[in-house]
Design a protein around this ligand. Structure first.
Ligand SMILES: Cc1cc2nc3c(=O)[nH]c(=O)nc-3n(C[C@H](O)[C@H](O)[C@H](O)COP(=O)(O)OP(=O)(O)OC[C@H]3O[C@@H](n4cnc5c(N)ncnc54)[C@H](O)[C@@H]3O)c2cc1C
Length: 365
């Protein structure tokens, strides 16, 4: 179903969206109608009620055609929607999940700030209690759906700087006075996935918009990111498979020295490395998905999957451009876009270096 949708609704337009940096919200809405925006939201809240295998399949099949939409689907499902699903009260789930799961509303999730990416605990955005409301001030940067998102889950400091129990998660709806979108980023890749600032100026949010308990936001965010890493591994694998399949086909068609270039061992061995690394990355990702489905501890495994799959995506996309030669360097073929899009995967939701910190801490503890 996702493949059919991708061929029909995404493939004819993805390069134009990329060139124009156009976020195709109408395509997102159609994916919502198909259940792709509430993949693991239970049916009682309007979702598809699936697990992480189906989620992996959906994100990677979309990313095989367009990394930007793969990223948007991943961020919507596992960050904003996933945070409310995991930590919202029954009332909060009933209020927001049906709109998010059906794509009526697009979700955003704000942790990062201009000075705090990897070092999220140093965030400066604050919320101060005033009667039955919280007053939020500050700016979140690099937020997927920062402009088009109808609702955002934002992580905000409610306690002391650097205190892991000093951060709280709030749900803020678009249209709340004092909440607006800021600058949109002009990116190298993932250009059709909107990335922008969220600006809060004396933004008043009611107490009932606090997700879970006060001071638990950072711990919640780390758990959300454990699942989010499966998303980015899936996104990476979609990009890697898209680039590999294009390169494999081209290598059989393109002739030099009177033979298909696939008959040269230098090219055939590149394809062998690409195929092997993709399968290894897929097994790591399915291992993390299996643990997540069984509600087992999976911090190390999801970090390994994200780290390895994202680095594989970059290597595979790079080799795909090489196999296409000069044609790979043009916008007439898809591999230059896979190459540009792949790089986000080693950065977003924790850089490769941060994944190695997570993995090494786990194996040394
Ligand atoms: C397209 C896109 C979409 C995004 N969407 C969202 C979103 O929806 N919500 C959100 O909250 N954020 C989002 N982000 C932000 C993203 O998660 C951050 O960019 C990422 O966490 C890295 O932070 P940084 O860019 O500030 O890099 P920095 O933290 O400044 O890192 C710079 C370099 O230093 C390295 N480094 C930092 N600390 C260490 C250390 N302790 N040890 C070793 N190396 C280190 C990093 O690995 C990196 O190589 C998005 C980013 C992009 C590009």
């Amino acid at each position: 179903m996702v493949q059919d949708f991708g061929e029909r609704e995404i493939r004819p337009h993805f390069m134009e969206w990329d060139e124009d940096q156009y976020f195709p919200i109408e395509t997102m809405k159609k994916m919502g109608e198909l259940g792709l925006l509430g993949v693991f939201v239970p049916e009682e809240y309007g979702g598809s009620g699936f697990g992480y295998y189906e989620y992996y399949t959906a994100v990677s099949e979309i990313a095989k055609i367009c990394g930007s939409l793969g990223l948007s689907v991943a961020a919507h499902n596992s960050l904003c929607t996933g945070h409310i699903l995991a930590f919202g009260s029954e009332e909060q789930k009933k209020k927001w999940l049906p709109k998010l799961a059906t794509g009526e509303w697009i979700g955003a999730w704000g942790l990062t700030e201009s000075n705090t990416g990897s070092d999220a605990l140093r965030m400066k955005t604050t919320a101060v209690k005033d009667g039955n409301e919280w007053v939020i001030n500050g700016t979140k940067n690099w937020i997927t759906h920062g402009i088009s998102g109808d609702v955002a889950v934002v992580l905000v400091r409610t306690g002391e700087l650097l205190d892991s129990r000093g951060i709280t998660a709030f749900v803020v709806e678009r249209g709340t006075p004092g909440f607006k979108a800021g600058k949109k980023e002009n990116k190298m890749g993932m250009r059709a996935s909107e990335t922008a600032e969220l600006v809060f100026e004396d933004c008043r949010v009611p107490e009932e918009n606090v997700l879970g308990n006060l001071g638990e936001g950072f711990i919640q965010a780390m758990k959300v990111l454990d699942g989010g890493r499966i998303s980015i591994a899936a996104l990476s694998l979609g990009i890697a498979k898209g680039a590999y399949e294009a390169a494999l086909k081209y290598s059989k068609e393109r002739e030099q020295f009177g033979k298909p270039i696939s008959s040269f061992q230098a090219i055939a061995f590149k394809l062998a490395d690409m195929a092997t690394e993709i399968e290894a990355a897929e097994l790591l990702t399915l291992q993390a998905a299996d643990l997540k489905n069984r509600k087992q501890e999976m911090t190390k495994e999801s970090a390994m999957a994200k780290y390895y799959a994202s680095e594989v995506a970059v290597r595979v996309a790079n080799e795909a451009v090489q196999i296409f030669g000069g044609y790979g360097y043009t916008k007439d073929f898809p591999v230059e876009k896979f190459y540009r899009d792949s790089k986000l995967c080693t950065i977003g939701e924790g850089t490769s270096e941060i994944q190695k910190l997570v993995i090494s801490r786990k194996i040394l503890s």
